[in-house]
Design a protein around this ligand. Sequence first.
Ligand SMILES: *Cc1c(COP(=O)(O)O)cnc(C)c1O
Length: 363
Amino acid sequence: MSYPRLDINCTKIYLNTRTLINKLYKKGISIAPVTKVCLGNPIITNVLVHAGVNMIADSRIENMDRIQSSGIKIPTILIRTPMISQVKSVIKYCDISLNTEVSVIKKLSLEASKLNVNHGVIVMVELGDLREGVMPHQLFDFFNKIIKLPNILIKGIGMNLACRYGVIPNKFKISQLSNLADSLEKKFNIKLDIISGGNSASLYWALNNKNKTRINHLRLGESIFLGCDSLYQKPIKGLFTDAITLTAEVIESKIKPSLPWGDRGYNAFGEKDDIFDRGLVLQAIIALGRQDVIVTGIKAPEGINIMSSTSDHLVVETNKYPLFVGQKVKFELDYSGLLSSMSSSFVHKNFQNIKGFELPKKQ
Ligand SMILES: *Cc1c(COP(=O)(O)O)cnc(C)c1O
């Protein structure tokens, strides 16, 4: 086995997905799992397909390509508003895209017409987190400009909260989106099929809601892979939080002073922390660094304290017992830890319980 290593438990991802599908089905909500955090990894995507999802969402064309090249056939939805320079590939690889710019939708229309295909569009509405979205008061005008474009199917509207400022998708935001859907349908005499109520941060609302709303779709990444969401940083009941873990190896273990000696400037990363003398400490180095993972996104086991990190070294201290050279240490991940370690080519990806989730044979 090589380290650092991500252990990816296919069964746990499968069960998390099944649980979310079942719970949300009862609320009239379907899910599009978001594969960007695993770079559209075909094995993981295949697990999601086995779990019964009927579309896959990702933010990157490269990931869509990877999924489709592996032989997986499933409708895809691009969840970042397309780069206008990339519109051709969007038509090629995606059935639906989330959109916020008329110029981009016009280009999508043009390219779709050339190929004589239809492209689905979900218009994102800005509801306060100030990332993507059309301002609500400009929505009618926006629809006026896109409603007649050839080869564009207006599939619905959506919102995205929490990602930038942690704005909570509560019942007020939800009813605002619902009302906008109703009034758009009335004004333009259309039917909006998909009302996409957000990401994993919308789960608390969705799972506890008892009222009828228009929201019938969520885009879920973090909750499927980590069993929690960033808003409250708490596990979601019934989900595994350890479907994916990161393990790395101890390469040095010594008793050292806690106080550095010599004149001090900034360190390799432009940082200069105040250091206090705590006498001698049990220090170890783990072969894991900032080139492998965003270190603030990992959680060490009880009794191991992360002190510092550089490109290739994680410096830890233990209270009672020293770690030993060659010892493996397993970390839990949050979203930034998962995203960064998945994206690092130095981190080995080890799939567990893969049986039954093998990829379809290529023709
Ligand atoms: C990343 C992303 C998601 C998924 O977010 P999670 O918090 O991982 O569930 C959903 N929608 C959009 C637009 C995104 O960018």
